[in-house]
Design a binder for this molecule. Structure first.
Ligand code: SF4
Length: 685
């Protein structure tokens, strides 16, 4: 019985969904994944959430693409691997000769392993000779990585999840762990029950607000005003950690001068929070030591996303909440291996290990036996802009539905349709492939390959094959190597296993050198781990920052987003994720989780709905200046009047028709969190 639910074999692996990185035992029978059960790892301690535990049936969905496809005369045709690879290699060479190497780009993926992302960026740099390589971090936590790297020297979470039980206070900003990082959410809740305090800063009354000492429902788009006002209170009320500031902080005098303009009384109206409440939050955070901050996309996905994270780092610097257990700044990464994809070098401005191209290039060239391009590469958003302008003509995307995922779908579509070659490597015919693809390369899933993932707290963990890849599907690393060989680079892409790829990663990335597979068989380790006798680094910046002895405070003025309400668009929409589904829904909408939530819904404050005559469950037209979609309305007490919330998981509802074209001022991540919209009844037939 192919559908037997009794596993014949159990294989320890890592969850494919969020960046918590839970360990699981995957039960398989007759070549199918039939059960998943939690493992007793330091991360998840014997628990899994509804995604990790139950949402695995996508792996055997009937519409899984199991053979390479080429689009000819407007239709997809099944072809052999030789045919698909020869065609793809030929087209890439033709485009490089005609338009130049920088007309081509590669997108790595959080769905792919570290080893595969390493090969993807090596392919871009060595085979295509371009730094045009990026990944989905661009649309989520590149702002966090940039802010942390700029101010502290390492673009990653400062602490291990082990510190959840060590901290005295959680400052949660723009994240909803109950739904998006459920195992972390549960651990925070447990820590609060055991006496830790909790401040929740979020426009919505998320579930954890019920456990919080204080909830600050900041107006959408006003994070920086609020974080600056907390900093102003810390200075004003003498809550500065003078010893830490004297020893490890730069720029205090200038900051004190700057922050006067952000006294809580001056910004309370803009933030929508009484000055007293802002002051109370600042006092609580400054006095509880150690205090640990977790933040999410509610901080990063703004025109001042990078700067928003910088203002959070200011709070930690002022109060001495860095460089020790239970204190720090921790982006909750959305996807299983998004930290790893960027860390492996799927970033246009850095090589593996976030090493600067100009500083590390010579060392990489010696190991790769090939020149590394020096010019600045295009990030994902710049690739789209260049495509729209006609100067970028080919894109290879792994495990990433670009069309569905980027903000402002109409703008994305106009860019993608201009490309001469779109290569999609995925499990399913996603929306990007369906509308714009020329080549489809069928990939093995996480259950069908070996490798490693890197989770939110810098922990590297093994991914192990449970079942054979179906049909002609192949692991991403195999596909990249085949293509490289056809393009004249067989000798640099001749790895016989993920382990041998990883050993090359260890040779180019000093902070990962100690992470051998033999150790990872036994344990998970937080990098930096420079040699095999090193036990890993649960928290960063002890004694000195990676950037030096002192870190500088950042004076960040509020720059209002261009996205503003008016009479036509009177509501402010923010978007986010839910407990049952994941990102573009590619996996979870092919599982029974659909029975728990069949579609995205639009949350509106009950008072607004009553005022405007909307009813719970009514389908409504949600429109912005950029596009519109239809969603069922849900009356909610969690959202503030004048604000709306929806998730973006259902592929057909295409929420990103509505989201705006504005981007982070520094790293260009889309501003998914702020769009002025209107809501209308559907016309009666
Ligand atoms: Fe997977 Fe994240 Fe859920 Fe853990 S919390 S089971 S990593 S989705």
């Amino acid at each position: 019985d192919k559908r037997s639910t009794k596993p014949e074999r159990w294989t320890r692996s890592t969850c494919v969904y969020c960046g918590v990185g839970c360990q699981m035992d995957v039960g398989s029978s007759n070549g199918r994944v039939v059960q998943v059960r939690p493992a007793a790892s330091p991360v998840n301690r014997g628990h899994l959430c509804v995604k990790g535990r139950y949402a695995f049936e996508f792996n055997h969905a009937e519409d899984r693409v199991t053979t390479p496809l080429l689009r000819q005369d407007g239709k997809w045709h099944a072809v052999s691997w030789d045919e698909a690879l020869d065609y793809t290699a030929g087209k890439l060479q033709e485009i490089a000769a005609r338009d130049g190497s920088d007309a081509i780009g590669v997108l790595g993926s959080a769905r792919a392993t570290n080893e595969e992302n390493y090969l993807a960026q090596k392919f871009a740099r060595v085979v295509l000779r371009t730094n045009n390589v990026d990944c989905c971090a661009r649309v989520c936590h590149t702002p966090s990585a940039k802010a942390l790297k700029t101010m502290l020297g390492t673009g990653a979470a400062t602490n291990s999840f082990d510190d959840i039980e060590r901290t005295k206070l959680f400052l949660l900003c723009g994240c909803n762990p109950t739904e998006n990082h459920p195992i972390v959410g549960a651990r925070i809740k447990q820590a609060v029950r055991n006496g830790a305090q909790l401040i929740v800063i979020d426009p919505r009354r998320i579930e954890l607000a019920d456990y919080a000492t204080l909830h600050l429902p900041v107006r959408i788009g006003q994070n920086i005003a609020l974080f600056n006002a907390m900093a102003a209170t810390i200075i004003d009320e003498g809550l500065l950690d003078h010893g830490f500031a004297a020893d490890r902080v730069e720029g205090l005098a200038q900051f004190v001068e700057f922050i006067r303009d952000y006294a809580p009384e001056k910004v309370a109206d803009a933030c929508g929070i009484p000055a007293d409440l802002i002051r109370s939050a600042a006092r609580l955070y400054a006095k509880a030591k150690p205090a640990m901050c977790f933040h999410g996309l509610g901080v990063t996905e703004h025109t001042q996303g990078t700067e928003g994270v910088m203002t959070l780092i200011n709070l930690a610097l002022l109060t001495g909440n860095l460089g020790k257990a239970g204190a720090g700044i921790n982006p909750l990464r959305g996807q299983n291996n998004v930290q790893g994809a960027a860390q492996m070098g799927c970033d246009p401005n850095s090589l593996t290990g976030a090493q600067s191209i100009s500083e590390a290039r010579t060392r990489f060239e010696a190991i790769w036996r090939a020149p590394v391009p020096q010019n600045r590469g295009l990030d994902l958003m710049a690739m789209m802009d260049a495509a729209a302008a006609g100067s970028f003509t080919a894109l290879w995307a792994f495990g990433y539905d670009v069309y569905l995922s980027l903000a402002n779908v109409n703008q994305t579509g106009k860019a993608l349709e201009k490309l001469d070659l779109v290569i999609i490597q995925d499990l399913f015919m996603n929306q990007t492939a369906r509308a714009f693809g020329h080549v489809f390369l069928p990939a093995a899933s996480v259950f069908e390959k070996d490798g490693t993932f890197m989770n939110s707290d810098r922990r590297v963990q093994r991914v192990r094959q449970s079942v054979a890849p179906p049909g002609d599907t192949r692991p991403d690393w195999w596909i990249i190597q085949q293509l490289a060989a056809r393009m004249g680079h067989a000798s640099q892409f001749s790895f016989d296993s993920p382990q041998s790829i990883w050993n090359e990663v260890r040779s180019v990335w000093p902070a990962g050198a100690g992470l051998s597979y033999s150790r990872l068989e036994r344990e998970s380790i937080n990098w930096p781990c420079p040699d095999e006798s090193h036990s890993g680094t649960p928290f960063l910046h002890a004694g000195r920052f990676a950037i030096g002895q002192r870190a500088s405070l950042a004076c960040i003025p509020v720059m209002p987003t261009a996205e503003q309400r008016d009479a036509n668009y009177p509501f402010m929409l923010t978007t986010g994720r839910t407990l049952t589904h994941f990102n573009a829904g590619t996996m979870t909408y092919r599982t029974p989780n659909t029975q728990l939530q069949a579609s995205d819904v639009l949350d509106m404050a009950t008072s607004d709905a009553q005022r405007l005559g909307f009813h719970d469950g009514e389908p409504v037209q949600l429109s912005s200046r950029y596009g519109s979609t239809i969603l069922p309305l849900r009356l909610s007490e969690a959202i503030q009047p004048g604000e709306l919330f929806t998730s973006f998981h259902h592929p057909d509802q295409l929420i990103n028709c509505v989201t705006s074209p504005y981007r982070d001022r520094i790293v260009k991540s889309p501003e998914y969190k702020v769009t002025a919209v209107q809501v209308a009844h559907l016309p009666q037939n």
